[in-house]
Design a protein around this ligand. Structure first.
Ligand SMILES: [Zn+2]
Length: 111
């Protein structure tokens, strides 16, 4: 099975508010469209998933159901549920690492 036909890891439905907060606070690295075949509980009428990837290997996705009256949308997130812990700091710069996927993040608290 091609990646194009698989669901992204850890796909979970989210609220409108969560979805919008992710768009407001993240830089979108790339966009991708998939037609997953391994969808166990696919919403009725959904065939494809539009994904927005963020820099930290997570992202959000939209599934659209086209209807005559108004289209219906299902909102998701995917990727790691990061659990960051501080690994070291230099001055006001703190280095964090996710204990699950080892993604690193640097936060400068000087401003
Ligand atoms: Zn992580």
């Amino acid at each position: 099975m091609h990646e194009y036909n698989t669901l992204p890891p850890n796909l979970k439905e989210v609220s409108n508010t969560y979805f919008l907060s992710q768009i407001a606070n993240n830089t979108i690295l790339r966009e991708e469209n998939r037609q997953p075949l391994d969808w166990r509980s696919k919403p009725k009428g959904v065939s494809s998933l539009r994904m927005l990837h963020f820099y930290d290997n997570t992202g959000i996705a939209i599934a659209e159901v086209r209807q005559q009256e108004s289209n219906k949308y299902y909102l998701y997130k995917f990727g790691c549920d990061h659990e960051y812990r501080e690994i070291f700091r230099i001055g006001l710069t703190k280095h964090y690492e996710c204990s699950l996927c080892h993604h690193e993040q640097i936060i400068d608290s000087s401003d």
